[in-house]
Design a protein around this ligand. Structure first.
Ligand code: SF4
Ligand code: SF4
Length: 270
């Protein structure tokens, strides 16, 4: 949540992440809905909050003005997440000192100043730096960036598959090549556009909440009379729901053709 050099939260001027502030935890977490929500908050915050005493007015108007239905009840949706810039390219904390002439107002928040300032999500530990650098390089969209940078399986599995074929880790500078960048972007765009993502799937990844605990969703391959797909991890990250074995094959072909396309282009260029 805090912003200093080597963290993934606010990597550059063209995007940022707000996932751990509950950004995607609204039942309606579509891009248009979140954009409207963050836009209204940002406007309201700048209009109302002239000093710390005004924050309670901002909160009561925000609570009254929004739909607070959540995907996962246990994840807090923070009312202070908004846009940090007028171009609405960066999501982030409206209470952060950078937004308030140096004044850190985060002590009024649900998590408190210390947690907000110190939190680093698991992606910081589990996604290798070269891979997060690639994401930062190729994605310039807050909505997609936050979804991808927090999906460790989606990121690591892709780069492992590519490395297995190429024989070495793919380096960030490889993505200076526009064709390779485009192919990788197609893969990460699937986080939003994946044709096998059920609109009913009340989740944005492999976890769902059954009312009392997180469960990892699964795909009933046996029921479809087939083995577990080698792309199972990716399918779960993309919240896939298949109607039959044919759809699973189609989904496998999509991933396979993306990887083949990457490898062939890579071999041609390098
Ligand atoms: S989810 Fe991770 S990358 Fe995103 S803002 Fe939180 S700590 Fe930063
Ligand atoms: S107060 Fe904390 S949880 Fe809320 S937006 Fe700011 S950093 Fe995120």
């Amino acid at each position: 949540m805090d912003k200093n050099s080597d963290v993934l939260c606010q990597p550059d001027k063209s995007k940022s992440c707000g996932a751990c502030c509950g950004l995607y935890n609204y039942v309606n977490s579509s891009r248009s809905s979140l954009t409207e929500r963050l836009r209204a908050r940002t406007k309201r915050f700048h209009e109302i909050v002239k000093n710390k005493n005004d924050i309670k007015n901002y909160v009561s108007e925000t609570i009254a003005g929004e739909d607070w239905k959540k995907r996962y009840e246990v994840i807090y949706c923070c009312e202070y997440l908004g846009f940090l810039d007028s171009a609405e390219r960066k999501v982030g904390c409206l209470l952060h000192p950078a937004q308030n002439s140096g004044l850190d107002l985060r002590d009024v928040s649900f998590y408190g100043q210390k947690l907000c300032a110190g939190h680093l999500c698991p992606s910081h530990h589990f996604i290798p730096k070269s891979q997060s650098q690639i994401l930062i390089k190729i994605i310039d969209d807050w909505y997609l960036y936050g979804l991808c940078i927090t999906d460790i399986d989606l990121v690591k599995t892709y780069f492992r598959l590519l490395a297995n074929h190429i024989g070495e880790e793919v380096k960030p500078e490889v993505f200076d090549n526009e064709a390779l960048k485009k192919i990788a972007c197609q893969y990460f765009d699937w986080k939003i556009t994946w044709p096998f993502r059920s609109p009913d799937a009340n989740r944005l990844g492999k976890y769902y909440f059954d009312g009392s605990q997180y469960m990892i969703s699964y795909i009933d391959y046996e029921g479809y009379g087939r083995d577990v797909s080698k792309f199972n991890t990716i399918f779960l990250s993309l919240s896939s729901v298949f109607k039959n074995a044919k759809e699973i094959e189609e989904a496998e072909s999509l991933i396979l053709s993306n990887i083949d396309n990457f490898i062939h282009t890579y071999e041609r260029v390098f």
